[in-house]
Design a protein around this ligand. Structure first.
Ligand code: SAM
Length: 277
């Protein structure tokens, strides 16, 4: 298991810009991996290799690990550390700049994401994989506590937003465990939580995924506006047409997007899609 001293031996300095808050605690690393319910046959995508501590636990319990790390200053250390691991592939790249299709080519079958995500880029990473990945089965991710609250919020609450509704239409998300900020090196200003998102693309009958995404994004575009007004600004439909569609799916004309369950978003988007044909 890596220690901070080993890392320092490679002249490594933490780079705040990259959201580097590493975990060295073996019990915590094991508990992240255990909560992902993995088998020795599973293939894993990790984002943010860091000191490779989570990578190492994943590699010793699963079939293969593909890990992306943006910081080239970790290259030498990680390359040495994993020289004798034949089931670990390291990429020193910004994961956001790599086509999701290309990332997925490295997996022989459906895979799981397990990661202590860099905080500055958590939401874009989740959206990237929700919207573009085809073979991902689950995401077990360490995120800021506030983000965990948003990912798992219920409709009608202040935390419920576009990402919550998007997840709810194709997956189930739950917080596994809260983690104190003290468990990270260096320690960030906020606590964290492990969240598990289990993908189930057939959870609802979605007529057209692009329309659904557009409806969700429009619904949360201006939080203080009604659903009706947000839809009007984003779809080429008259107030009457929108009003009729809302009525058809049993949504009041004065409703706000934050009160719509994922199921209702699907129902509404399906109607919008059908009416556009
Ligand atoms: N997995 C390690 C751990 O648990 O200790 C490191 C986690 S740390 C919170 C996040 C890591 O993601 C950092 O090593 C950081 O350099 C890396 N990172 C940040 N942005 C990235 C990006 N766009 N693509 C790939 N890695 C990134």
């Amino acid at each position: 298991m890596s220690t901070l001293n080993e890392l320092k031996g490679y002249n490594f300095n933490f780079n705040k810009k990259f959201g580097q808050n590493f975990i060295f605690d073996k019990n915590l690393l094991l508990s992240i991996v255990n909560s992902a319910n993995l088998t020795s046959d599973d293939e894993i995508l990790e984002i943010g290799t860091g000191a490779g501590t989570l990578t190492e636990v994943l590699a010793s319990t699963t079939k293969k690990v593909v890990s992306y790390e943006i910081d080239n200053n970790l290259r030498e250390y990680l390359t040495d550390k994993f020289a004798n691991f034949d089931n670990v592939t390291l990429h020193f790249q910004d994961v956001m700049s790599v086509e999701t299709k290309k990332i997925e080519q490295e997996f022989d079958k459906n895979y799981h994401m397990v990661a202590n995500l860099p905080y500055y880029i958590t939401t874009p990473i989740i959206f990237k994989f929700l919207e573009e990945a085809e073979k991902i089965s689950s995401l077990t991710i360490m995120v800021q506590k506030e983000v965990a609250d948003r990912l798992t919020a219920k409709e009608g609450t202040a935390d419920y937003g576009a990402i919550t509704a998007s997840i709810g239409t194709i997956a189930d998300a739950k917080t596994i465990k809260k983690i104190s900020r003290k468990m990270f090196t260096p320690s960030p200003n906020v606590d964290s939580a492990i969240v598990q998102i289990s993908i189930n693309r057939s959870k609802f009958n979605i007529a057209d995924i692009a329309t659904l995404r557009k409806v969700i994004k429009a619904a949360f575009a201006m939080r203080r506006k009604t659903l009706m007004n947000n839809l009007k600004s984003n779809f080429a439909m008259s107030s009457e047409e929108i009003s009729q569609l809302l009525q058809k799916v049993g949504i009041s004309a004065t409703e706000r997007g934050e009160n719509l369950s994922p199921a209702k978003f699907v129902e509404l988007a399906n109607e919008i899609y059908i009416s556009s044909k």
